[in-house]
Design a protein. Structure first.
Length: 532
């Protein structure tokens, strides 16, 4: 079968890989869909969406992610958070993976990470699965045909799901492996079909490279006021906290839903697509995201569907709660063509509080913003990672610890400097529980969250009356039009206020215990915010 440009002697950087089957270069979406269907990798759904399941891996496997410990990175990697791999282990892994690839067909996509050409990196993605090529072509940025003629990869990613690592031989944890070698400018992925590993490997690269240039990499979505890129907002948060949903505001222009940089020029998206969770997605609550699930080339990952009609079941989480749709950014009607914005005017830190303690919105001082950024409190949402079946409270520094190769203070100091320089207003927004903890209370009404965000972004909270939260010391609005007053005071939403007090004290102690690790690295005003 022939789908596009073929080169059986595919050259990987300065290393020759021979003996492969056919290698297909930079196929477009129709050819990738055709290839994936002929290879039996999935099904064609309504509207031309591609339906796929990923086997036992329906989420990322962060404990299987390794960084090769070479002299050039030994002193700059946050080793407490990043598992190391020896250079010898990586060399053996590479040799064995290449041997495993012999005779098999592969799909190559030459792509770009970063909408700002000054700070973008060229990435060559080599995938065993055609639909992985479709996924990453959707998620990263696509050079035009002229740029492809002289394309030189800065980094190469090889993804071979059928390969299984040997922990003893390859110096890794299990048969699943994501190995990053900064010296060889290469990432090897094996033993998992979950497509999110592709995009997060590139995000991790940028999280390492950009701080050296004074650029803040951010695990956030972003949008700006329609016709006014100066009025930009960024939404930090882990998967499941609402980054995609809340940034897709029909009244604002979408810059991107997951990964951005903050340079001296402003905000820029790393990607060219969106990767939205689809569980309980409805045309009433999120019409544009819902519409992407029946558009050509959208990758539908791990959703149950009718085998006859191919109707998707948005409520059936029997495969995983982490069901997703990957679609190009331009499928959202109000998406920015350039994927850039100004310096953030508002910074929103999203948290999913399973304890039911935090208010739906709070205003943070700069010191409090750094405290909550370094804390990164949220709850892991079912399905996002292996083994997570219900929300679990966690602290993920910078709202994205699994993707942070450098120490948290590097990112925290960058954020603080940029807030001070550009005068951003910071907010903490709880999209988790109210009226009780998980199992007793209920999820925060999305209608209320949207109303509070609109009030913040439009400046209507500037003159509002605030109260000081007795547990965390941040400012909470007393009254906001369109939102029930009781919702703004979480203690009042509990049937037993004393139970709330005990839960709040427990959460405060968790924050305090977690933050002790950062005390040697922070200034006194941030320490004061921690004490409050």
């Amino acid at each position: 079968m022939t789908f596009g440009r073929v080169n059986p002697q595919f050259s990987l950087e300065d290393q020759q890989i021979s003996g492969l089957g056919d290698v297909y270069y930079n196929l477009t979406e129709p050819a990738l869909v055709e290839a994936a269907l002929k290879r039996g990798e999935g099904n064609l759904g309504k509207g031309g969406a591609f339906l796929v399941t990923t086997g036992k891996f329906t989420g990322r496997s962060p404990k299987d992610k390794h960084v090769v410990k070479t002299d050039s990175v030994a002193d700059s990697i946050w080793w407490e958070n990043n598992a190391e791999m020896s250079p010898e282990g990586f060399d053996a892994l590479y040799k064995d993976m290449v041997a495993h690839m012999q005779g098999k067909d592969y799909f190559v996509q030459d792509l770009v990470g970063g909408a700002d050409p000054k700070h973008a990196i060229n990435v060559r993605m080599v995938t065993e699965l055609a639909w992985h090529g479709l996924f990453i072509r959707t998620m990263l940025r696509r050079p035009d045909a002229e740029a492809l003629q002289d394309f030189i990869a800065d980094f190469t990613v090889i993804n071979c799901p059928s390969f299984q690592a040997d922990p003893a031989k390859h110096n890794c944890r299990s048969e699943t492996v994501i190995a990053m070698n900064f010296d060889r400018k290469m990432i090897l992925i094996g033993g998992t079909e979950y497509a999110g590993e592709n995009k997060k490997s590139v995000f991790t690269l940028l999280n390492y490279l950009l701080p050296e240039k004074g650029i803040m990499p951010m695990h956030c979505s972003a949008n700006h006021a329609t016709g006014n890129p100066v009025d930009t907002a960024v939404f930090f948060g882990l998967s499941g906290t609402g980054k995609t949903t809340l940034s897709a505001d029909p009244e604002r222009t979408l810059i991107g839903d997951d990964e951005h940089g903050w340079s001296d020029n402003g905000t820029f998206n790393f990607e060219g697509g969106c990767y939205a969770k689809t569980i309980n997605l409805s045309p009433e609550a999120e019409p544009e995201i819902y519409a992407t699930t029946s558009k050509f080339g959208t990758v539908i990952e791990n959703m149950v569907f009718d085998p006859n009609t191919f109707e998707l079941d948005f409520d059936d989480d029997s495969l995983t709660a982490n069901m997703r749709a990957a679609y190009p950014l331009h499928y959202i009607s109000n998406a920015s063509e350039k994927a850039v914005g100004g310096h953030p005017k508002n910074i929103i830190m999203l948290t999913c509080d399973a304890f039911g303690v935090l208010p739906p919105i709070a205003r943070l001082s700069p010191a409090q913003a750094m405290y909550h950024f370094l804390s990164g409190f949220t709850s892991k949402v079912a399905g996002t990672e292996r083994g997570v079946t219900e929300p679990e409270p966690t602290f993920s520094t910078c709202f994205g610890a699994p993707f942070m190769p450098r120490r948290p203070e590097v990112y925290g100091n960058l954020l603080r400097e940029k807030i001070a320089q550009h005068g951003a207003t910071c907010w903490l927004v709880n999209t988790g529980w109210t009226g009780g903890a998980h199992g007793t209370g209920s999820r925060m009404p999305i209608k209320a969250t949207r109303a509070l965000l609109s009030a913040a972004l439009e400046g209507r909270l500037a003159d509002a009356e605030f109260r000081k939260d007795p547990n965390f010391g941040f400012d909470v609005p007393v009254e906001v039009n369109g939102v029930a007053d009781i919702l703004l005071d979480p203690r009042r939403t509990w049937d037993d206020p004393e139970s709330y007090d005990r839960q709040a004290a427990k959460l405060v102690k968790m924050f305090s215990d977690n933050f002790e690790q950062y005390l040697p690295y922070i200034d006194d005003d941030v320490k004061a915010a921690a004490i409050n």
